[in-house]
Design a protein around this ligand. Structure first.
Ligand SMILES: [Zn+2]
Length: 107
């Protein structure tokens, strides 16, 4: 019998909090380049801090900063660019300048 302190699985996180992000990577180990689109779920923890789950092809995957190279398996991927996916852009008939997705990073 297993006891789980505080049944954390029963929270009702809204399922529609997701968005999609696309990243282009290059591997610093073998030079392989690839792109990956992620489904992103944004959650807040008990202290209202944001954390994200990343999914690719319906499976939970490491965040882009820890992406594995599909060629050599090393975690030395470097993000070349990040953007919203084509599915979102396709909704705009002419996607104009100025709606670039920025990747913010705190130091
Ligand atoms: Zn590689």
């Amino acid at each position: 019998m297993t006891t789980t302190p505080g049944d954390a699985d029963s929270d009702d996180t809204p399922a529609d909090a997701g968005l999609q992000e696309a990243f282009a990577f290059t591997c610093l180990h073998c030079g392989h380049g690839w792109e990956q689109t992620y489904d992103v779920e944004i959650h807040l923890d008990a202290d209202n801090r944001e954390f994200r789950y990343y999914y690719a092809d319906g499976k939970r995957v490491p965040p882009p900063l820890m992406a594995e190279c599909p060629n050599c398996g090393e975690r030395k991927a470097r993000i070349l660019r990040a953007g919203v996916v084509a599915a979102v852009l396709a909704q705009m008939p002419h996607h104009k300048h100025g709606t670039h997705w920025r990747f913010h990073r705190h130091k």
